[in-house]
Design a protein around this ligand. Structure first.
Ligand code: SF4
Length: 279
């Protein structure tokens, strides 16, 4: 049996940075230390943080103390203010690429432009970006919302995307919007790490008989990788770690590919490779 690992698999730059910041805080910063929401969509990585006494803060309390790490997705500016007022010390691990989108929206909203944000409703990154646009920010997360913008009669406006959106859909929607309302400025804010990982997953699927997709069940970018493998006509087995591997099922394949979402730690990928190698 041959096993091929995708060239781009596992932590992206932003998630790696946030994880490094959290682990270094565990050694250098006085406790209590919190992350605002789960730092990463991966249970093993969260277990590691919990073992270092890093707790998860689910909402802003009336008062508190200690350090709060803002995860790679970022938060709205009001949330940072509320955390400070409550008494926390903020360690900002927002990914620089997400900050770029937040700053674009803040800049253009201040100039009076409408800011269309193409992204998933309720996703923390989207909530954070929208927070920088205030009442000028408009979420477009599905075809229904795309139709509704007709009522806005847009003149001065920009379009940005959540960094993990699908390239093709973003282009399609941007073309539709600018055809209806000429003059809008489109910013290509989809992270190339996401794009490269998706392209690589497709290439891998074309070369092997089936692909094991490693990542947390709640990770949107991991789900998207499994979809891409399916769309290529190959079987995808989504697993969180090596315990989910069905070796009997894998035995019937000659060439197995392995890819992993942006929040999958390298140590899990290595264990998966080891276990498949044992067949
Ligand atoms: S996917 Fe890209 S933008 Fe999002 S956290 Fe990772 S590096 Fe940053």
């Amino acid at each position: 049996m041959e096993v091929k690992i995708a060239k781009i698999a596992g932590f992206c730059m932003g998630v790696r940075k946030a994880m490094d910041i959290a682990l270094s805080c565990a050694q250098t910063t006085q406790k209590p230390i919190y992350t605002f929401g789960p730092l990463i969509h991966n249970p093993s990585a969260l277990d590691l943080l919990a073992s270092k006494d890093i707790e998860i803060l689910k909402h802003v309390p009336q008062s508190g103390n200690g350090a709060v790490i803002i995860r790679a997705h970022g938060v709205p500016p009001e949330t940072k203010m509320q955390l400070k007022y409550a008494g926390f010390y903020i360690i900002d691990a927002t990914c620089t690429r997400v900050i770029k989108v937040q700053m674009l929206v803040r800049h253009y909203a201040k100039k009076g432009f409408h800011c269309l944000v193409i992204g998933d409703e309720g996703h923390p990154e989207v909530i954070g970006i929208m927070g920088y646009g205030g009442e000028k920010a408009i979420l477009v997360s599905n075809e229904e919302e795309l139709k509704k913008i007709d009522a806005l009669n847009l003149k001065d406006y920009i379009i940005v995307a959540q960094t993990t959106q699908d390239y093709e859909r973003y282009d399609k929607w941007c073309n539709e919007i600018t055809a209806r309302f000429p003059g809008g400025r489109i910013f290509h804010t989809i992270c190339d790490s996401t794009h490269k990982r998706q392209r690589e997953a497709k290439r891998l699927a074309d070369e092997v008989d089936m692909v094991v997709v490693v990542g947390g069940k709640k990770s949107a970018n991991t789900k998207r990788l499994a979809e891409i493998v399916h769309e290529s006509g190959k079987e995808a087995l989504a697993v969180e770690d090596e315990r989910d591997l069905d070796l009997e099922r894998l035995k019937k394949f000659n060439k197995i590919g392995i890819t992993a979402g942006a929040s999958t730690p390298e140590w899990i990928i290595n264990r998966i490779v080891e276990k498949i190698g044992s067949i």
